[in-house]
Design a protein around this ligand. Structure first.
Ligand code: HEC
Length: 113
């Protein structure tokens, strides 16, 4: 096997490993964004623009930095929310399992990054 061949085998191996790890262990942020898409939060929430609901950025600004806890935010998402941001209420999101709610709430507190 010549050096070129070894280099190309090594490169494909590294690529395969990288892809494998990426698929098995998605980054926390990607995982949370995927949850927001899975549970259709994105129908009413956008990263930086208010649509039906406040933007992820505004939620992070309001509750991040110790101003709120993930448990409080998770409870608020589960039960629905009204009167905190404007006239439009958020219906209860009871279809979301608690572990996913917790992950979404923590992701929002961290600025949805
Ligand atoms: C039908 C539209 C809609 C959907 C779907 C929706 N939201 Fe909301 N969301 C809103 C509105 C409107 C508000 C503002 C409610 C208020 O003024 O209290 C809100 C508020 C919030 C808040 C702030 C709550 C608070 O206590 O201040 C969080 C966090 C949130 N949404 C997360 C989510 C997550 C996560 C999902 C998906 C599981 C989701 N939302 C799905 C419309 C929606």
């Amino acid at each position: 096997m010549n050096t070129e061949k070894i280099a190309s085998v090594t490169a494909s191996l590294a690529l395969a490993l990288g892809l494998g790890v990426g698929t098995l262990w998605p980054r926390q942020a990607d995982a949370s964004l995927a949850l927001a898409q899975k549970y259709a939060c994105v129908a009413c929430h956008q990263p930086a623009t208010k649509v039906v609901g406040p933007s992820w950025k505004d939620i992070g600004a309001k509750y991040g930095d110790g101003k709120g806890t993930a448990a409080q935010l998770a409870a608020s998402i589960k039960a629905g929310s009204s009167g905190k941001w404007g006239p439009m209420p958020m219906p209860p999101q009871a279809q979301v399992p608690d572990a996913d709610l917790q992950a979404l709430a923590q992701w929002l507190l961290d600025g949805a990054k």
